[in-house]
Design a protein around this ligand. Structure first.
Ligand code: SAM
Length: 250
């Protein structure tokens, strides 16, 4: 047996062969794509919109910039970036085509379609040249990636010197009591909501398990530094339910 096929990783709370995880994640997002946007609003009571707006406040998009939004799904981050930057371009890359299809429908219903490209691809092997983007964003995507360090190295490679990385992701609440209350909500309510709204509790069970597996804020900041980024910092959102990490390629 080849060495690679023996390695395991986590898919939520289940150990799986490393080379099978991407296919399983792809299955989850293919299942939820048509209900993804509505489920986001319902599960977070609309708060994900505030977090994404806060991401843009910190990023302060400017005219002329080229954004790569990895694991961009239905395009939430790219739409916000373009609305704020004015004359700019964005590429939305995702490994799940059905998520991009939903995003494209949204783009066609707006005036932003001609400033957006939609690319099927893998965060761990980006199909772009070195030094080709001003900004790299990944929002609620990186915890799904099999080898996070590989995705961060790719982010570093495709950013231009002076380029900015911004990662929005679920995180850990520093207050243990609050973490417990949040766990009760997420493990008991979210899979049931998934069943009612999207007819799929398993995908949402994966979602809450994957959140608990993701490294805490300081550990993740260390991983970003290890990929080469400088001036790395983070801000907690909603008591640490999510965190926004930023870094620069100098
Ligand atoms: C929770 S959605 C986030 C979508 C969007 N960024 C947002 O904030 O609403 C996660 C996305 O990550 C994508 N994804 C997971 N692993 C990936 C990988 N290795 N490369 C590219 N996309 C990936 C999934 O297909 C899915 O669309």
């Amino acid at each position: 047996m080849a060495e690679d096929s023996q390695k395991t990783t986590h898919f939520g709370f289940t150990d799986v062969p490393e080379n099978q995880k991407a296919g399983m994640v792809h299955g989850v997002f293919t299942n939820v794509a048509s209900k993804y946007d509505i489920m986001n609003d319902v599960m977070s009571v609309g708060i994900h919109r505030i977090w994404k707006d806060a991401m843009m406040d910190w990023l302060a998009p400017r005219a002329g910039q080229r954004l790569l939004d990895v694991a961009g799904g239905t395009g939430d981050v790219s739409f916000r970036f373009l609305a704020r930057a004015g004359d700019a371009d964005a590429v939305v890359l995702d490994m799940t085509e059905s998520m991009l299809v939903e995003g494209r429908k949204r783009a066609e219903a707006s005036s932003l379609a001609d400033r957006l490209d939609w690319v099927v691809g893998d965060a761990m092997a980006l199909p772009f040249e070195d030094n080709s983007f001003d900004v790299y964003t990944i929002s609620f995507g990186i915890r799904n990636v099999t080898r996070i360090a590989d995705a961060l190295s790719e982010a570093y490679r495709v950013l231009r010197p002076g380029g900015r990385l911004m990662v929005l992701e679920f995180s850990q609440l520093p207050n243990p009591m609050m973490q417990k209350a949040y766990d009760l909500y997420s493990f008991n309510v979210i899979p049931k909501m998934g069943k009612v709204i999207a007819g799929d509790s398993e995908s949402y069970q994966y979602l809450v398990e994957s959140i608990r597996q993701f490294p805490d804020q300081d550990t993740f900041a260390g991983m970003i530094r290890a990929a080469g980024f400088e001036n790395v910092s983070y801000r907690n959102m909603t008591l640490g339910v999510a965190a926004l990490h930023a870094g620069w390629k100098i």
